[in-house]
Design a binder for this molecule. Structure first.
Ligand SMILES: Nc1nc2c(ncn2[C@@H]2O[C@H](COP(=O)(O)OP(=O)(O)O)[C@@H](O)[C@H]2O)c(=O)[nH]1
Ligand SMILES: [Mg+2]
Length: 569
């Protein structure tokens, strides 16, 4: 038994499972990092939670190894029947074949098989065996089929004992050692079986010595010990061709030590409790390292994520600055709209009054400006259309820049490849901005009505009309004279000059300046909100700021708490 208080352990499992879940929702950016997080979740749900609840729950013995090594043959030999399909055509075993007493079945579903889809499990019930030990034939670990490999990994995370089956020619293969590395890390009790041993005794001795050496070098002696501080279990060897007449089983004598161990575990509850406790202890010992590795992953990722965020920020900020510049100069506005306004504000006649002072201009407005001829709709439509077009060009540039930079990184390359729409502005960019600009123009008109020193202003402005005044203010946010005189410049400056004079005459200089400043500020808000939304499409692919670093800190705390658990009695 472990010396850990069961309720303390269960509370810790809850906390660790929540951490694993948090990590998975940040969508780990590399395959190894994702695998580490999944493994932790699988291990906590399939093993630690089960054992924290009860050491008495059925023991899970899992057969793992490379394709064609003879796992299913061993399984059938233990089962004493042809329950799992064997064969030379690969891969034969696509589901986990599970041999168990019917009484053990209900406890598996929400225990060790909690994260294993039921469609991937085939139960073989046998009421003649003792309950308490469940034997699983797993799919090949070197299977090219991803789902197979994932299933086997989950079974390894849930196991109490691994029966690792390999052959005299395959034992040095690289992939199986990846699984054995995980067996060591999670302290999973291990029994190694080497199948298809050569007939020659000296050859057999050579193979066995080599297998032993590799296992010892990989630090696997401790998990092979049948009891704490005991020497490693003997590696079980099976001669080539030692098949029983059925063809899908071995001669029983060939794997007598395995059959004996299974029989002993079935017969002896204390032996099962002991194995369960050893598996749990090994697992708790390994958790600290797993948690720290995942914390490392999260920290590294947070650096990458912040760099990605800065790239997007900068691209959209640069584009918005470019847009502000164009808006500030009014250079995007088509000349035709300016000419219409120029004509409306009375160009020729009005200019004559400028030299005679503000009073004369005021007097002239009613006489010169004809509200009925105000090209309000035309000028507004042209302005918003031109503004949307120039904004879209800038948004396209920002999207292209961000997508280009992101696609060159491992942290975001795949996400960009999966969402080609990120290379261009959002499909509803125009309609969103259009709606905001319309709202913006309405806002100008409302402000003129609400704050424009109502009586005097409205009396004077009545001749012009509030919509026309609003349009004048709108234009003044783009085109302004900045100290130049109308005679010297083209239509933009001339219109700006005239427009400003008229507005100043209507509102007074100070109120006009304020109206224009407000309009400019609200326009800037409309543009930056729209650009923020564009950038958010990229940000949505990243965990929110701080999430990864605080997760890493919580993982480190948890690792420290796991290490501080009382050592097993
Ligand atoms: N000749 C010979 N064939 C074997 C031996 N052990 C297993 N096989 C065959 O090798 C093939 C693969 O075995 P199987 O148990 O399906 O391997 P698994 O992929 O690990 O489940 C089957 O056709 C077995 O009958 C053996 O010792 N000698
Ligand atoms: Mg098989």
């Amino acid at each position: 038994m472990t010396g850990t208080d069961p309720s303390e352990l269960r509370a810790l499992v809850d906390r660790l499972e929540a951490l694993a879940e948090r990590r998975l929702t940040t969508r780990p950016r590399t395959e190894p990092a994702r695998a580490r997080a999944t493994r932790l979740a699988d291990h906590l749900a399939g093993h630690v939670r089960v054992r924290a609840a009860s050491l008495d729950a059925p023991i899970l013995v899992v057969l793992v190894g490379p394709t064609g090594a003879g796992k299913s043959t061993v399984f059938n030999t233990i089962a004493g029947r042809s329950a799992s399909e064997t064969g030379v055509l690969r891969p034969t075993t696509r589901v986990a074949v599970v041999l168990l007493h019917p009484d053990d079945r209900p406890t598996l579903a929400d225990g060790p098989f909690a994260r294993i889809p039921p469609s991937q499990v085939r139960f073989v019930e046998d009421a003649t065996i003792e309950p308490g030990l469940v034997l699983v034939d797993a799919p090949d670990i070197d299977s090219v089929e991803h789902a197979n490999r994932e299933l086997t990994d989950r079974l390894v995370e849930a196991a109490d004992l691994a029966l690792f089956v390999t052959t005299a020619t395959r034992y040095a293969d690289r992939v199986p050692w990846g699984v054995l590395e995980r067996v060591r890390e999670r302290g999973l009790p291990l029994q190694v079986i080497v199948n298809r041993m050569p007939p020659d005794a000296a050859d057999r001795a050579d193979v066995l010595a080599d297998v032993r050496r590799l296992l010892a070098e990989a630090g696997l002696d401790a998990v092979q010990a049948a009891a704490e501080d005991a020497p490693p279990r003997e590696v079980i060897t099976v001669r080539e061709g030692a098949l029983d007449p059925s063809g899908d089983r071995l001669l029983r004598a060939e794997i007598a030590p395995v059959l004996d161990e299974i029989a002993r575990l079935r017969a002896d509850r204390d032996a099962r409790l002991d194995l369960a406790a050893r598996a749990l202890t090994g697992s708790l010992t390994g958790l600290g390292e797993s948690l720290d590795q995942i914390a490392d992953d999260a920290e590294h990722e947070s650096i990458d994520v912040e760099a990605l965020r800065r790239i997007a920020d900068r691209a959209y900020e640069t584009a918005l600055d470019g847009l502000r510049h164009e808006v500030g100069r009014g250079s995007f506005l088509r000349e035709e709209a300016l000419r219409q306004w120029h004509t409306f504000v009375g160009a020729d006649q009005m200019t004559r009054f400028f030299a005679e002072g503000i009073g004369r201009i005021r007097g002239a407005i009613a006489a010169v400006i004809r509200p009925a001829t105000a090209p309000v709709a035309e000028v507004r439509a042209a302005t918003t259309e031109d503004l949307v077009a120039v904004a879209r060009l800038q948004a396209a540039e920002a999207a292209r820049r961000t997508a280009t930079s992101w696609s060159e990184t491992t942290a975001a390359g795949r996400a960009i490849a999966e969402q080609p729409e990120l290379w261009v502005p959002s499909p509803d960019f125009d309609t969103r901005l259009q709606a905001r600009l319309e709202r913006w123009i309405e806002g100008i008109t409302e402000e003129i009505q609400a704050h424009g020193r109502p009586k005097r202003l409205l009396a004077r402005g009545a001749a012009v009309g509030v919509n026309a005044m609003g349009t004048g203010v709108m234009l003044a946010t783009f085109v302004h004279t900045g100290g130049l005189t109308g005679a010297e410049l083209g239509v933009a400056a001339a219109t700006a000059f005239l427009n400003q004079k008229v507005l100043a005459a209507l509102f007074g200089e100070a109120a006009m300046v304020e109206l224009v400043a407000h309009a400019r500020q609200r326009l800037d808000e409309a543009l930056s909100t729209t650009f923020d939304e564009e950038r958010d499409r990229f940000d949505a692919l990243l965990p929110p700021p701080g999430v990864l670093t605080s997760l890493a800190a919580d993982l480190r705390d948890a690792a420290a708490d796991v290490r501080a658990l009382p050592s097993p009695a």
